[in-house]
Design a binder for this molecule. Structure first.
Ligand code: ATP
Ligand code: MG
Length: 557
């Protein structure tokens, strides 16, 4: 094997483990999986897990499975299965036809349980859930053995079958692994592996009234699919001995091994399902895909691209220690991704009219404008220009503050891609609000005309009023007020009242005709925006601000 030093350094600890396994011949291939429970929408943390597992399979020429861990019928819904498949595909994690459902293995799991009973490694227990908890002990106290622990194999087989046949009430009996009640690891103290529960399952209907517990089911699912590296998050570290016990005692050949990594947490956002559910139910957000959330559906609606999320996950890397990543890093990634790919257009979010008094009436001039100065491949477009324009309200000040280089009476600025104009004054309504700004232009100063006369300090953008299209723009801030703490004293979320600003009367150039859901653009000086997939129509375009243009966040290169 050709080893070069750089390559070793850049490998994360999971890759190092895989290398070792392949070298030692523990496995001769790599097979990973993403095993979501279909009980909610996927979020940015899941994206990390998906891309990690998919990335490893790809890197080692192996395979990647999408498997629904749908062994717990209480909370699972078909709606979630569909949204998860969509999200995984959108992220670019190709699973082709390797889509599996753990519930299709119920028979194999049952057979494994029978095998354990026959080996004297599992028993039917009549203790109540509460008694089981009491008997279990804690970190300081060893557990106490169940009085049913020494039932004969025959009796256990008969009773387990009766559990399956529906002879017992919910909770009346459970099947437990027979391991070690004095183990320092509480997970090894005869854990419950099957329970009686009369619940209709979204896939198997009423076929089963006993269901396997997660710690028993999961290793079997992995083993059946010939997973080699079962990658999960740190909270399962203490469960690993049980994982190993299950695959060994169930006699799987070449069993999988579990490797844990730290969950991804982000600052400034709400990731907990419990909180998001409450926000959805209280109608504080517009469903699970509200652009202020970080579910994958929400990020997609906001305008994030799969490429930006892949970049983010790569930058974050994998680690063994829990920590929070700055939300600004996610924003950095989408800016980097869109910077050269998307056209830079002019849009006015907070309009005020600018009238060029010496420009001819009823005239529309078409100016040639580069779509992206840093990427000539995006070509040019024609932008209409005329006597009346819209500009940003903040680009005019009747009484300028210090270092203000934009429009104020007597000052000359450049209209981006067009002419120099000199401000001559303004009109106001009875409340003193500016309604129209006046100026004159210098025809010699047209952009691209080679004019090399005087320089100006300020450049502002504009949209010609006659051809402008009125659109809605939605600006977002963090949904919780992180400064004051995410939670109030009563445990409720400390919501930021400014998390959504809806601007109903924005103006864009006519070049947006044909813009479709998810299309994104840079609006010069204002940020990156994307056409909303839910509320935008060709007649009434709605844009989400993905991210503003500036950030204090820097990646050391
Ligand atoms: P949540 O409680 O946020 O819904 P979960 O762990 O219950 O998360 P599952 O559907 O059970 O969600 O998990 C699917 C996979 O995603 C698991 O392998 C889990 O470890 C992983 N995962 C979940 N949250 C994160 C996260 N924040 N960072 C990385 N991986 C995660
Ligand atoms: Mg879960």
């Amino acid at each position: 094997m050709e080893d070069n030093k750089d390559e070793i350094i850049s490998k994360n600890f999971i890759e190092q483990e895989i290398d070792k396994d392949l070298l030692e011949g523990v496995y001769n291939h790599v097979q990973t999986r993403f095993p979501p429970e279909p009980n909610g929408y996927l979020h940015i943390g899941h994206a990390k897990s998906i891309l990690l597992n998919y990335g490893l399979a790809k890197k080692y020429g192996g395979k990647f499975n999408l498997r629904f861990d749908d062994t717990n019928p209480t909370k699972e819904k078909t709606e979630f299965v569909e949204s998860i498949i969509e999200d995984v595909k959108w992220l670019g994690a190709e699973f082709d036809d390797r889509l599996y459902f753990a519930s299709n293995y119920f028979q194999e799991m049952y057979d494994c349980a029978v095998l354990l009973i026959k080996k004297g490694k599992a028993f039917v227990c009549d203790l109540t859930a509460e008694e089981i908890r009491e008997y279990r002990g804690d970190f300081k106290t060893p557990g106490k053995e169940s009085p049913y622990r020494n039932r004969s194999v025959e009796e256990n087989l008969k009773m387990f079958e009766e559990m399956k046949e529906g002879k017992y009430k919910d909770g009346e009996k459970v099947l437990r692994a027979r391991i070690d009640m004095s183990s320092p690891n509480i997970n090894m103290r005869d854990p419950v592996i099957y329970r009686v529960a009369r619940m209709t399952h979204h896939n198997t209907g009423d076929k089963w009234c006993i269901y396997p517990m997660y710690d028993f089911a999961h290793p079997i699912e992995d083993a059946i699919e010939h997973i080699t590296h079962s990658i999960c998050t740190l909270e399962f570290e203490d469960h690993r001995p049980l994982y190993d016990w299950v695959v060994k005692e169930c006699e799987f050949e070449n069993p999988p091994r579990q490797i844990e990594f730290a969950k991804l947490y982000l600052t400034n956002v709400v990731t907990g399902k419990r909180y998001i559910k409450k926000l959805v139910e209280d109608n504080i957000v517009d469903g699970w895909e509200d652009p202020r959330l970080v579910s994958i559906a929400a990020l997609r609606r906001r305008g994030y691209t799969p490429e930006s999320l892949r970049m983010f996950v790569d930058l974050v890397g994998v680690s063994k220690a829990n920590s929070s990543v700055d939300y600004a890093m996610l924003e950095y990634c989408i800016r980097e991704d869109l910077k050269l790919k998307r056209p830079r257009m002019m849009a006015i979010l907070d309009p005020v009219k600018l009238v060029i008094d010496n420009y001819p009436e009823d005239t529309t001039e078409y100016l040639d404008v580069a779509n992206n100065l840093e990427n000539p491949e995006l070509g040019e477009r024609k932008v209409p220009f005329g006597k009346e324009l819209y500009i940003e309200r903040e680009d005019f000040m009747e009484e300028p503050i210090k270092k203000y280089f934009r429009l104020f009476p007597g000052n000359e600025v450049r209209l981006m891609n067009a002419y120099f104009v000199t401000c001559t004054g303004c009109e106001k309504d009875e409340n003193g609000n500016v309604t129209v700004v006046h100026c004159t232009y210098d025809p010699e100063t047209k952009s691209g005309s080679g004019f090399e006369g005087r320089k100006v300090k300020g450049t502002i953008h504009w949209v010609a009023a006659a051809t402008a299209q009125e659109v809605e723009c939605r600006l977002y801030e963090n949904i919780v007020d992180e400064e004051k703490g995410k939670l109030n004293e009563d445990g409720s979320l400390n919501l930021n009242p400014n998390s959504l600003t809806v601007l109903k009367h924005c103006y864009v150039e006519p070049s947006f005709e044909g813009a479709r859901a998810y299309d994104s653009f840079q609006f010069v000086r204002n940020g990156f925006f994307c056409v909303d997939c839910k509320d935008s129509t060709p007649e009434h375009l709605v844009f989400n601000r993905i991210v503003s243009l500036k950030s204090s966040f820097k990646i050391a290169k």
